[in-house]
Design a protein around this ligand. Structure first.
Ligand SMILES: [Zn+2]
Length: 85
């Protein structure tokens, strides 16, 4: 079942590789919004939201975790108007 374009955030399965490699964020578009909540326990921080773009790894300014976009399929610009609520 697909969750649609309003599903933001990083899959929890990526948490385990945080300290060894960039977190890979899959997207069907060339960019998407990603939220970083930090690690577990004392490494946790308020969720920071940012746009992650294809070919442009992003480092969280709070915990320095690196994110990398993995485009699934043909990619392209995000559908919709970017409006929330
Ligand atoms: Zn972070």
């Amino acid at each position: 079942m697909r969750t649609g374009q309003k599903h933001f955030g990083v899959e929890l399965t990526n948490w385990a590789i945080w300290y060894q490699a960039p977190a890979i964020v899959k997207s069907v578009y060339d960019k998407r919004i990603v939220g970083c909540p930090g690690g577990e326990g004392e490494d946790e921080h308020d969720v920071v939201w940012f746009w992650l773009e294809k070919g442009k790894p992003h480092e969280c300014p709070v915990c320095s975790q690196c994110f990398k976009l993995d485009v699934v399929g043909p990619g392209g610009p995000p559908d919709g108007h970017g409006d929330d609520h």
